[in-house]
Design a binder for this molecule. Structure first.
Ligand SMILES: Cc1cc2nc3c(=O)[nH]c(=O)nc-3n(C[C@H](O)[C@H](O)[C@H](O)COP(=O)(O)O)c2cc1C
Length: 199
């Protein structure tokens, strides 16, 4: 199943094709592909080149215990479909700078940049990534003994898009629903706030 963006202007085909599925194929993601995906994160840009991103990653077939541990931290709705994903991961932000221990106000922003980048690298392999914020961050910190100066940002389910019929009726309806976006004039401004940009 495809849910390509219906764009008003030209975008890169990988951006057009990316979406967040819940139904996944029973297909393994190779270690090589996982490595490439996180290499894309590695080469993302960041404030002062601090690289404040960290990830815990579990391949369902090769690391079932870690996979289950991440899965158990997700809320019930996310667990229902993420259980069939091929890889689960959690991103973390390092809250302070290495150099002087001061607060890094942009750590989350940088983790988001790295995540966007790894998502596009995954897309190149036909792998979709569905991000989730509905998870128990305290459980994650305790189960994985996360140091105090790091905080969980987002959990992610990776996989190849599967048949929506494998989902519950409610989730299948959501899976098939059209993707919607606000139009550019509502968020790209020109002369003043709220006034649409004109080229
Ligand atoms: C930070 C973040 C948190 C999200 N949390 C959840 C979540 O907990 N459960 C879920 O089903 N989808 C979650 N999503 C997916 C969004 O709902 C989805 O990206 C959005 O509806 C746009 O759909 P698209 O990715 O298919 O374009 C999250 C996405 C992001 C970026």
């Amino acid at each position: 199943m495809k849910k390509n963006a219906v764009t008003n202007y030209v975008v890169h085909p990988l951006i057009e094709a990316r979406w967040s599925p819940m139904a996944f194929e029973e297909q393994q993601i190779s270690e090589q592909q996982i490595r490439s995906i996180f290499e894309a994160a590695r080469w993302s840009h960041s404030t002062r080149n601090e690289q404040p991103w960290r990830f815990i990653v579990a391949n369902r077939l090769s690391h079932p215990k870690v996979f289950k541990s991440i899965l158990s931290a997700l809320d019930e709705t996310n667990q229902a479909w993420a259980v069939r994903s091929s890889v689960l991961a959690i991103s973390f932000a390092k809250k302070n700078f290495d150099e002087d221990d001061s607060e890094n106000r942009h750590a989350w922003y940088d983790v988001g940049l790295a995540t966007a980048q790894l998502t596009m690298q995954a897309s190149q392999y036909g792998i979709s990534i569905h991000q989730m914020t509905d998870f128990d961050t305290e459980k994650v910190c305790s189960d994985f003994k996360v140091p105090e100066n790091y905080e969980p940002v987002v959990s992610m389910a990776f996989g190849f898009v599967g048949n929506p019929k494998t989902l519950t009726a409610e989730l299948e309806k959501k899976e098939r629903a059209p993707r919607v976006r606000i139009p550019q004039p509502k968020f790209v401004f020109g002369k003043r706030w709220g006034s649409p940009f004109v080229g």
